[in-house]
Structures are given as C-alpha cells and as structure tokens.
Design a protein. Structure first.
Length: 98
C-alpha cells in the first residue's frame, strides 16, 4: 500500500484495500471506505462515488455494483467541505505493479 500522494491541484490518490461499501438510495451514490497505511498507522479514507464515476477493471469499464469488499483499489478523489468525492477508481489485480 502507498501513502496518499498529490495528483494535481486539490486532488489526492489513495491505494489500499476496499473495506466498506455503503449503498445509498440517494441518486445511486455509494460510500466507499479504503483501508490504507502510512508506516505502521492504518486509516480508512471514505469517499462518495456517483454512478458516473469512471471505474476500470483489467482495462475495461466497470460499474459501482461490480465492486466487492476486499478488492485492492487505486482511487483518485477530491476533498471538499461536503466530504471526499471519488473522481476515478481502478481495481488493481494482484501482481499489478503500476
């Protein structure tokens, strides 16, 4: 796992294990919790993903409904006063060194 790194102005990237998926009836949005670590410290980064959030799995487009707890993700997000918003999500296969 990697510590969050700056990806651009006001955008962050986190890599880690998908821990929580909370499906909401609110416009089909989903709250995602990604477990990540910095040194020996662990934390969960929570983001809201909308149905239009781009999701890639093995180079192909995927849907929010396809995400499963325990998968390894790389997620780009933007912090805001209303909470973190997922900008794009990539499901990382084991052995993927990107």
């Amino acid at each position: 796992m990697q510590a969050p790194a700056t990806a651009g102005p006001a955008e962050l990237t986190v890599s880690g294990t998908l821990q929580t998926i909370v499906r909401s009836s609110k416009a089909g949005s989903v709250e995602i919790g990604v477990l990540t670590g910095i040194g020996h410290a662990l934390r969960v980064v929570k983001c809201t993903a909308e149905p239009a959030t781009p999701i890639m799995r093995k180079g192909k487009s995927a849907r929010l409904a396809d995400l499963q707890a325990g998968e390894i993700l790389r997620m780009r997000y933007r912090p805001s006063a209303e909470g973190n918003r997922a900008l794009e999500i990539e499901v990382v296969s084991l052995g993927d060194d990107r």
